[in-house]
Write a protein of this length. Structure first.
Length: 142
């Protein structure tokens, strides 16, 4: 079954690579939540697919939340694993699953990388340089 994946395990895996990182670990008896902010920091971009796989392993046994601004880290993730957050016109945070964004699945099936789609503006949300990350208004192009 493999090692028990905990925040300590993820921290150890990062420390073994010479780049320790603290994940927060919350347990309430019903489950476990592990969270980390930008776990890719200080890692070479070529190590990020392995980090994505380690996060995937952790998410199989607990709830995992990791924030990122790295297209290289996103390249190691699946569209069903990624949520894009943005503020709507009223200032409230909204969330959309990358797999549910029009065209993303087709691009991925054709060989595109998720991080590159994000950087090229194909998500349609979450870009702080366009409408503060909010989606385009209905009937108007971005």
């Amino acid at each position: 079954m493999g090692p028990a994946v905990t925040a300590e395990w993820l921290h150890w895996r990062r420390a073994a690579k010479g780049k320790p990182f603290r994940f927060l670990d919350y347990r309430d008896g019903k489950g476990q939540v592990i969270s980390g902010e930008e776990p890719e920091n200080f890692l070479h971009p070529r190590l990020l697919p392995e980090l994505a796989e380690e996060c995937r392993t952790a998410a199989a046994r607990s709830q995992l939340l990791a924030t990122t601004h790295s297209p290289f880290f996103l390249n190691g993730l699946r569209p069903s694993e990624v949520r894009v957050l943005y503020r709507d016109d009223n200032g409230y945070t909204q969330v959309v699953r990358a797999a549910d964004i029009q065209g993303v699945r087709e691009f991925i099936e054709a060989g595109a990388s998720l991080g590159h789609l994000w950087m090229e503006g194909h998500f349609g949300v979450g870009d702080p340089l366009v409408r503060g990350g909010a989606p385009a208004e209905k009937g108007k192009s971005r």
